[in-house]
Design a protein around this ligand. Structure first.
Ligand SMILES: [Zn+2]
Length: 486
């Protein structure tokens, strides 16, 4: 039996506290304590406290399947947020009794009958993904296996919503506490799977070679499909001929051009973009381009110069293979010319162990924690955090910036552009309510191959024009008691 350590509880308590809109100075003066019976947040006045009863003792309790998703009520009528947050969802509870999440005990004390720190610990550390052995054909934890899908709360950042409840609880004890409303921030990102160049990274050496006829044919499939789709949609046979001629000489300008287009879309709306590049060898699911090739390397340098961010998009075979991951991260280090950057796993092939692998490769952040077939909040949050590494029983050094929507997932879950637009808007609205980071992944291939997508993407981005950016470099190091806001 692996007990939940005091450090893990302290970490989880800190994660709840930093989700409340509280002034940083006030937050710094709060103190978190854990005893055998309780997890306690002491407020800076030295008298008031908020206490959670420790009901769950070990990590094994989640594996035994005896924990349930409970609902909890507001402490008092909330101000204008009931439409989106009618109640609170608390996964991994020992019992199903529905009560207010926080209750006033006396003039100095608020208590919670829910073991919220344990619930937050399991949710943010994605404990269920390690316990379950069910995987899809790409070895991923399937959405339908998740508690959030099963209990129908994947569309809610449930952990972030506790911050709203905590604000009420603190306000009931110290009505004049200094609040600091956090604003929505946006992180647009682009996995550059396909750049239209012949595969040149292969097993057994990273040298430029001529592709085999079979490999060449495979590489041409998406490009041909894209050219035909484009020509059909725009009734432009000449354009199709142009695309074919580009492919014939192996230049693949169109995919690289779409990457430039993505940068322009962001730039024109006062937004930021991160481009994640591959360094993987050619394979059934990897295009195998060399990021050091002149065309790619010069585009990376140009984006950098224009103030965009570049990062790594580790290939299919890096999943649970830290040595391969290290190789690809190092290759991108050479090209990007920086030591610190983040990225996202190809195909979202990710498990909690991946955090450890990314950290040991010296990567600054991961943004893979989202599902490939549905938008939503895989870890119950849209606020970046330093995850708890259950196996090592400590906080990770790297940051997780949860992925809320991947373009492909949006179209897997929605029928048509109207429904996709509504789903997008709803996710943004929920991120805005909790002051989180709306992270969206848009592939350059979508711009090249999906009819109508460029106009749709422009419409989405128009709703985000001049929204604040999220800069992971400013996230800073964590503090011992309560993590800072970022
Ligand atoms: Zn990818």
């Amino acid at each position: 039996m692996k007990p939940i350590s005091h450090q893990a509880r302290l970490w989880a308590l800190g994660e709840i506290v930093r989700r409340a809109s509280i002034d940083q100075e006030f937050l710094d003066d709060c103190d978190c304590q854990v005893t055998r019976e309780e997890s306690i947040l002491r407020l800076p006045d030295g008298k008031c406290s908020i206490r959670f009863r420790n009901a769950i003792e070990s990590w094994d309790e989640i594996a035994r399947g005896k924990l349930h998703t409970s609902k909890a009520r507001w402490m008092s009528e909330p101000d204008g947020v009931r439409r989106l947050v009618p109640d609170f969802i608390v996964p991994y509870c020992a019992d199903r009794t529905e009560r207010p999440l926080f209750e006033r005990l006396d003039s100095h004390t608020v208590i919670s009958h829910y073991d919220l720190p344990a619930s937050v610990l399991f949710t943010l550390s994605r404990a269920e993904e390690t316990i379950s052995q069910v995987r899809d054909r790409h070895g991923r934890f399937p959405t339908v296996q998740s508690t959030a899908f099963h209990d129908e709360f994947l569309h809610r950042p449930v952990v972030d919503e506790y911050g709203l409840a905590l604000e009420q609880a603190i306000g009931s004890l110290i009505p004049s506490y200094p609040s600091q409303r956090r604003l929505l921030r946006v992180k647009l990102s682009h996995d550059c799977d396909e750049v239209g160049l012949w595969p040149s990274l292969r097993n057994g050496g990273r040298t430029e070679r001529q592709p085999s006829p079979v490999a060449s044919a495979k590489m041409l499939v998406p490009s041909v499909r894209a050219a035909i789709a484009h020509a059909t949609h725009h009734h432009a046979p000449l354009s199709m001929c142009r695309e074919f001629s580009k492919m014939a000489v192996g230049r693949g300008r169109s995919f690289l051009q779409r990457i430039r287009d993505l940068a322009k879309y962001s730039q024109e709306r006062g937004l930021d973009s991160a481009f994640y590049w591959k360094g993987s060898v050619f394979g059934p699911y990897d295009s195998g381009y060399d990021p050091r090739s002149l065309r790619v390397a010069s585009l990376i340098a140009q984006l950098e110069e224009e103030g965009f961010e570049n990062g790594v998009h580790p290939g299919y075979e890096t999943y649970l293979q830290p040595a391969v991951l290290q190789q690809e991260a190092d290759l991108l280090r050479q090209v990007i010319g920086q030591d610190q950057f983040g990225g996202r796993q190809h195909f979202l092939r990710w498990l909690p162990q991946s955090w450890q692998h990314w950290e040991s490769c010296g990567l600054a952040y991961d943004s893979s924690v989202g599902y490939s077939d549905r938008p939503g909040f895989r870890a119950g949050t849209c606020i970046p955090y330093r995850p708890w590494l259950a196996e090592l029983d400590r906080e990770a050094h790297l940051l997780e910036i949860p992925l809320v929507i991947m373009d492909v997932a949006l179209f897997r879950a929605c029928t048509g552009y109207d429904e996709a637009f509504d789903s997008f808007q709803q996710c943004v609205e929920r991120c805005r309510l909790v002051g989180g980071v709306f992270t969206f992944l848009c592939h350059n291939e979508m711009l090249a191959s999906k009819p109508g997508f460029p106009a749709f993407y422009a419409k989405l981005l128009n709703t985000l024009t001049d929204t604040h950016r999220f800069d992971w470099r400013k996230a800073g190091a964590s503090k011992a008691r309560c993590s800072p806001l970022y």
